[in-house]
Design a protein around this ligand. Structure first.
Ligand code: G6Q
Length: 546
């Protein structure tokens, strides 16, 4: 529990409030004019990431107050509590130790009096061995053919990390194999995924921490039927075509998967923090064990930076504080994440779960309703596509949407002028957002008076630019860990449990209740509200179920 004062009663919060009154009217044009060196001084470089945060609506005084807020909110001790394995997920009484998944082999992380690092490496080594067998063709399907198609079946944290990482690191992947991700209970997802696949060459990874998730278990059963029917084989074929990633051995064997083909993890790994665990098996098959371990080393480098760097040089802490500045003082409700790299096309979707499931909470650790806004909405698309779509609203709309631009100095696909053009767009966008185009500038171009307001850009729209060298496995690890730690820092300041997700429960429970009402051949007695009853009746009629 947080022993510090409630957020809005903290001295630093009140100072920030007063300071906001003074600075809110200041334009980035003025801030840059007052301090021409700002573009260099408000930048920080660590673990191969350069963060330019100069185009934020802040001064040195703002930073002083924000660091005071960090200090007063106690993240230093909270960080240590997380890394140490304290049960900081208080509503589920669990440790939160995704950092142990990427600890070095000789590290010692105690959970319940036991060092968990040897267990982590035991699983990583088994995963490596399995991946090498699949990749070399030594692992054969039931009919003796090697595996060509790998289908990951999972949802939420058991899907978004693997699919994002596969897309991000495709350039490092084994191109002779196909990697497919099935998540939705909508049968279309499965049907389209297996179009044209030969079951004899297909491996299913059933990735589910609990092994009870409705969507995943339904897809896994459909996959088993598809496989056995396609092969014309009995249950003995399952062992060569199904492996499981789970914490629930009994459910895995109940499904018919040999637990020798199960890769485990632990209750101290949250779903949305699990891509470094065995949930990353598909990633490892795609990019190989060495690249996977390099990705983990990238995570570890960011973990160490977060744990040890002083606030003013700490990239996750700086970005977390800036997020709070806009969320709680400027009233921004969303943050756009705009990667200028096509391989990161699923990164915003990944961050949506990480950020919004973690900090989309309205009660404090003590169970009190907050009197401030918490988690912002994260969204985005890769540049430059977004520029031809929603950027209009970011440039000229009525809402303030801080942006995180992510770019790499070197491309993995050097084709002609493409990369220079791409990078010119990143720099131009953050420049245009910050400085805009005044009405005088518009008029001086000879624009008609009636048209001028439409062509004015008021600017003063903040952004961060994250610049890295190249999208490598460690670079991806650093980026993901960066956002994990932003979420953590904000959760500490807002005094939330960032590691539970009770908000997803109610809909699941209600759906279970409705399933028999849709499926029953006899007309069911419905006891919902009149809207839900009418929708169920209409559906049954459309399906000729009376
Ligand atoms: C993430 C959540 C959630 C979870 C899925 C899948 O933090 O816990 O997204 O990952 O509901 O759960 P299983 O892995 O248990 O199937």
């Amino acid at each position: 529990m947080n022993s510090v004062a409630p957020l809005t009663k903290r001295a630093s919060w009140r100072s920030l409030h007063d300071h906001f009154g003074k600075i809110q009217g200041q334009h980035l044009r003025e801030l840059f004019a007052q301090d021409p060196s700002r573009g260099r001084t408000l930048g920080v470089e660590a673990v191969g990431i350069y963060l330019d945060y100069s185009k934020n609506r802040i001064t040195q005084e703002t930073l002083k107050h924000l660091f005071a807020l960090a200090q007063e909110s106690g993240p230093r001790s909270a960080i240590e509590a997380m890394f140490r394995g304290d049960a900081i997920n208080i509503t589920e009484n669990r440790a939160v130790l995704h950092t142990a998944l990427r600890a070095s082999r000789d590290a010692n992380v105690q959970v319940g009096g036991k060092n968990v690092v040897p267990d982590v490496y035991e699983v990583l080594d088994r995963m490596g061995d399995f991946c090498n067998r699949v990749r070399s063709g030594a692992w054969k399907g039931h009919t003796g053919k090697p595996i060509v198609n790998v289908v990951n079946i999972g949802i939420g944290g058991s899907d978004l990390g693997p699919v994002m990482a596969y897309e991000a690191l495709k350039s490092y992947s084994d191109r002779s194999r196909k990697f497919i991700f099935v998540s939705n209970v909508d049968g279309t997802d499965f049907a389209e995924a297996v179009q044209g696949l030969d079951p004899a060459e297909t491996l299913f990874i059933v990735a589910s921490k609990t092994f009870t998730t409705q969507e995943t278990m339904t897809n896994a059963q459909t996959a088993r039927d598809w496989l056995l029917e396609g092969l014309g084989a009995g249950h003995e074929a399952v062992a060569k075509h199904f492996v499981a990633v789970s914490t629930n051995a009994s459910k895995v064997s109940e499904f018919g998967i040999d637990t020798a083909n199960m890769f485990g993890f632990w209750d101290w790994v949250g779903g949305r923090y699990s891509m470094d665990s065995a949930i990353g098996l598909s990633t490892m098959i795609a990019i190989g064990p060495e690249n996977f371990l390099e990705m983990l080393a990238g995570f570890r480098a960011m973990d160490e930076h977060f744990r040890n760097a002083p606030w003013e040089k700490n990239i996750p802490v700086l970005m977390a504080l800036l997020g709070i500045w806009y969320n709680n003082f400027f009233g921004s409700s969303s943050i756009a994440v705009l990667p200028y790299d096509q391989y990161l096309k699923r990164f915003p979707a990944y961050l949506q779960q990480l950020t919004m499931e973690s900090n989309g909470k309205r009660v404090t650790l003590e169970g009190n309703l907050v009197d401030y806004d918490t988690g912002a909405m994260y969204w985005g698309e890769p540049g430059t596509n977004g520029q031809h779509s929603f950027y209009q609203l970011i440039h000229q709309g009525t809402r303030l949407i801080p942006c995180d631009f992510i770019a790499f100095c070197n491309t993995l696909n050097p084709l002609g002028r493409h990369h220079d053009l791409l990078m010119a767009n990143v720099f131009a966008q953050s420049e245009a957002l910050a400085f805009g185009k005044t009405i005088q500038e518009v008029r001086s171009e000879g624009t008609a008076e009636w048209l001028a307001p439409h062509r004015e850009f008021d600017g003063n729209r903040p952004s961060n630019v994250l610049l890295l060298d190249r999208l490598t496995p460690p670079a991806l690890g650093k980026l993901v860990a960066l956002y994990e730690h932003i979420v953590f820092t904000q959760g500490v300041i807002w005094n939330l449990d960032s590691f539970d997700q009770w908000g997803v429960e109610l809909g699941k429970v209600l759906a279970q209740r409705i399933v028999p009402e849709l499926e029953s051949p006899a007309t069911p007695q419905l006891h919902h509200d009149s809207s839900t009853n009418a929708l169920i009746e209409r559906y049954r009629t459309a399906r000729h179920r009376g």
